[in-house]
Ligand binder design. Structure first.
Ligand code: SF4
Length: 203
């Protein structure tokens, strides 16, 4: 796992390096948090989820309790089809897990100020690089899955699934029912799929 976490960091860093020239034009400012409240699903792989889970377990007890409560609320709201802000967004509108935030949060930025009417605007080149990075993440997490953050953390909370995953084994039957009902995808099936082209309005 240690080596996989190191490789995960390498993938994040390569993406940050390659996309830095495009981000110079970004309209994002500290405290905006539009992407953490209004931009839909926050996907991660099981490997990214495990890094976040380990981080939660190192938090003080009181914070762990409040984070777990927020994750459960997020799950319930999303299962009911209601909008839900990220459980890791603090009252200060800062990210509680910024250093280990998943790739879904690292790839997003916007060339204009966002609003409900104006979702984030990302350049085509960054979208293409992000599609390649997602494949690399799914390749790295070959015995894992991808899906919304709180769903992946919920899966990792199941001792049997966690033991299977940590052992590097692949038993999709263990998560079949939950996966189907919660839009979880199997990484090894997705990594070879052809990515969809960027939308026509991308710059
Ligand atoms: S993990 Fe952090 S950066 Fe990502 S959506 Fe949540 S609060 Fe925002």
């Amino acid at each position: 796992m240690k080596q996989k976490f190191k490789a995960l960091q390498g993938i994040y860093e390569a993406f940050a390096r390659e996309t830095a020239p495009f981000r110079r034009e970004a309209a994002c400012t500290k405290g905006c948090a539009f992407c953490c409240t209004d931009a839909g699903r926050i996907d991660c792989t099981t490997l990214e989820g495990l890094a976040i889970r380990d981080h939660i377990q190192r938090m003080p007890r009181a914070r762990q309790t409040s984070v777990k409560k927020a994750l459960k609320q997020d799950m319930k709201r999303r299962e009911a089809g209601r909008p839900s802000p990220c459980p890791f967004l603090m009252k200060t509108r800062a990210c509680m897990i910024y250093d280990i935030r998943p790739f879904a949060c690292r790839r997003i930025y916007s060339l204009h100020r966002c609003s409900k009417e104006q979702p984030p605007l990302i350049s085509r080149q960054v979208m293409a690089l992000a599609a390649g990075t997602i494949k690399a993440l799914q390749h790295l997490d070959d015995n894992g899955y991808s899906g919304h953050l709180s769903y992946i953390l919920h899966m990792l909370d199941a001792p049997r699934f966690l033991a299977t995953y940590r052992a590097g084994k692949f038993k999709p039957e263990e998560v079949m029912a939950f996966g189907k009902s919660h839009g979880i995808v199997i990484n090894r099936m997705m990594r070879d799929a052809v990515p969809s082209p960027p939308p026509d309005n991308a710059p």
